[in-house]
Design a protein around this ligand. Structure first.
Ligand SMILES: NC(=O)c1ccc[n+]([C@@H]2O[C@H](COP(=O)([O-])OP(=O)(O)OC[C@H]3O[C@@H](n4cnc5c(N)ncnc54)[C@H](OP(=O)(O)O)[C@@H]3O)[C@@H](O)[C@H]2O)c1
Length: 245
């Protein structure tokens, strides 16, 4: 049975920007209580302003989810949850040729999107009420790796395999992933810098839908996956057809 929307509490890790912010916006509009988490308190304050500064149903928690003690503190502050959504990733500095690869940077990126979700599942699953779910965010790089994108391809592929394994281990809790194509979010500032607009425009011309994704395209899919009680161990692709071009 669907939870009373005014009692539903959903954690969005990475909810301070991009797709996570769009998810938080949808869930708040629906009537849920939402906690958004990220490392930067400034980013979370800006998110709070965009989502409605005075809503008592929005909570923010500063946490670096690559740190297990931060994850424990995060779940201690949320208490029981209906669903967990994860859109966090720290991919800055890793799009480089292998010759120039700084391995400590590569480890930081793997930490942010492979080890951190393992810790999220470890500490988050016990917080989920029966009927709860975890929805993670993987990405097109697992299917269409770009030159200089080896680590990003690896983390997205690993995350999807993690989803299958968690769905089996945590059942009857549900675990899924949404895999975005290229979406216009702040992540592109760290990936392409000043080249962001040109890169996104060039991709838009190639895509079957002839446009780049917007954060709410992904948020819509995450919400659908979260709510569909027959869906688990699944990766949903929302990529404008990018796997086919
Ligand atoms: N945008 C795309 O084109 C695209 C394509 C394919 C896949 N994806 C994937 O989609 C997901 C969402 O990306 P997005 O585009 O929405 O990116 P985004 O706007 O940069 O959002 C990522 C969020 O994660 C948070 N975060 C990063 N590292 C963290 C950490 N260690 N602890 C806590 N929070 C952390 C960031 O906040 P703080 O910096 O404040 O911590 C930020 O709010 C990511 O997994 C990304 O890899 C994106």
């Amino acid at each position: 049975m669907e939870a009373n929307k005014h009692q539903e509490h959903i954690l969005v890790v990475g909810g301070g920007s991009g797709m996570g912010l769009a998810v938080a916006n949808r869930l708040l509009e629906w009537g849920a209580t939402v906690t958004i988490a990220g490392r930067s308190s400034e980013r979370l304050t800006l998110a709070r302003e965009r989502l409605g500064a005075d809503t008592p149903r929005l909570h923010t928690v500063v946490a670096d989810v690559t740190r297990e003690d931060d994850i424990e503190r995060l779940f201690a502050s949320t208490g029981d949850l209906h669903h967990i959504v994860w859109t966090a990733a720290d991919v800055g500095g890793v799009y480089v040729p292998l010759d120039d690869m700084d391995i400590s940077t590569a480890r930081r990126v793997v930490d942010s999107k492979v080890i951190a979700p393992v810790m999220l599942a470890k500490h988050g699953a016990p917080r989920l009420i029966p009927g709860g779910s975890i929805t993670l965010t993987s990405g097109i790089a697992a299917y269409r790796p770009a030159p200089k994108g080896s680590v990003v391809a690896a983390i997205n592929g690993a995350l999807e395999s993690l989803v299958y394994a968690l769905a089996v281990e945590l059942a009857p809790l549900r675990v899924n992933a949404v895999s975005p194509g290229w979406v216009d979010t702040p992540i592109w500032e760290s990936v392409a810098g000043a080249g962001k607009t040109a890169a996104l425009e060039a991709m838009a011309k190639r895509l079957l839908v002839q446009r780049i994704g917007q954060p709410d395209d992904i948020a819509q899919a995450i919400e659908a996956v979260m709510r569909n009680t027959f869906m688990t161990g699944t990766v949903v692709h929302v990529d404008g057809g990018q796997r086919l071009v």
